[in-house]
Design a protein around this ligand. Structure first.
Ligand SMILES: NC(=O)c1ccc[n+]([C@@H]2O[C@H](COP(=O)([O-])OP(=O)(O)OC[C@H]3O[C@@H](n4cnc5c(N)ncnc54)[C@H](OP(=O)(O)O)[C@@H]3O)[C@@H](O)[C@H]2O)c1
Length: 264
């Protein structure tokens, strides 16, 4: 993630427009159900058929009884030690990786607004003019309950004092996908949650200096399996560069890993 996401916004649009292609035939389709109903519009919007392959009809309404939303971690980390940060920032500057981050965290198959959850230090690493991250609902974790640059009147960003409190807000408001975007402390907590079942992992193939690492090596955990590139493209909604990508003197690769007990 992304001290310079705003900087790379133009690039992101360019890459997005070149790469996006129609939905894949094997992706579960959703169909909005339009009907006369006494339900308020906000709830009706969330009444929809999901995933025909499971023949399920899911009605999502504002309810604290809803299951905890599935969490997707998105992280760029070095091959050897899974290093992610240096002196409060990213250890590298990879424009195409930032463009991918923006696209992956913004895309939703039904155009819902996704949520990005981050730690206070991660928030502070984003230059003020580039935050909150646009077109996503930002939730910043801080045990103090207040964070520089976030006011009560902010619409696109809020502070939560725990990950559970953040997820409760997500459930109340019916957002789209939920991404945990770092840093190390928040990744650690997310990795301990049963509902954390996807990792969008950018493997940076170098042994660069870092002072914050991803907390666990999921690659050595039997529960986590790497999925195909097509499955990754399906999830992020379009073509993704395959294999090693070279930028400057670094190369990296986009990967999708899933926790096999949760996601097929
Ligand atoms: N490579 C990548 O993909 C990537 C992605 C993101 C960040 N990073 C890097 O990671 C580094 C920052 O990581 P970090 O581990 O030092 O910090 P962090 O996880 O970003 O933030 C830690 C802070 O978040 C708050 N926090 C964490 N867990 C919480 C919880 N459960 N409930 C409430 N508040 C909670 C606390 O804030 P308070 O002290 O205010 O209570 C804590 O001090 C930076 O170098 C950054 O650039 C890398």
């Amino acid at each position: 993630m992304t001290s310079v996401e705003g900087f790379s916004a133009t690039l992101a649009i360019d890459i997005g427009s070149l790469c996006i292609k129609p939905p894949f035939p094997h992706r579960p389709r959703t169909a909005k159900c339009i009907a006369f109903s006494p339900l308020p519009a906000a709830q009706l919007r969330r009444l929809r058929f999901v995933d025909k392959s499971r023949s399920a009809i899911q009605m999502t309404t504002k309810s604290s009884n809803m299951p905890t939303p599935s969490l997707t971690i998105i992280v760029a980390a070095s091959s050897a030690r899974l290093g992610i940060g240096l002196k409060g920032n990213l250890p590298w500057r990879l424009k195409r990786e930032l463009a991918y981050f923006k696209r992956a965290t913004t895309f939703h198959p039904d155009n819902l607004t996704n949520v990005v959850i981050m730690g206070r230090k991660c928030w502070e690493s984003i230059p003020p003019k580039f935050r909150p991250l646009p077109s996503r609902h930002n939730i910043v974790l801080s045990r103090k309950g207040e964070v520089d640059g976030i006011t009560e009147t902010s619409k696109e960003v809020e502070v939560a004092t725990s990950l559970e409190a953040a997820l409760a807000r997500v459930k109340e408001n019916g957002f789209g996908r939920v991404f945990v975007i770092g840093g190390g402390e928040v990744y650690r907590e997310a990795m301990n949650m049963e509902s954390c079942d996807r990792i969008l992992f950018t493997e940076v193939k170098a042994d660069v200096e870092t002072d914050v690492d991803f907390p666990v090596d999921f690659r050595e955990d039997q529960k986590w399996k790497r999925k195909s590139h097509e499955t990754l493209e399906d999830f992020v909604g379009g073509d993704v560069l395959k294999g090693d990508i070279v930028e400057g003197d670094l190369s990296y690769e986009f990967q999708l890993w899933v926790k096999s007990s949760n996601v097929q």
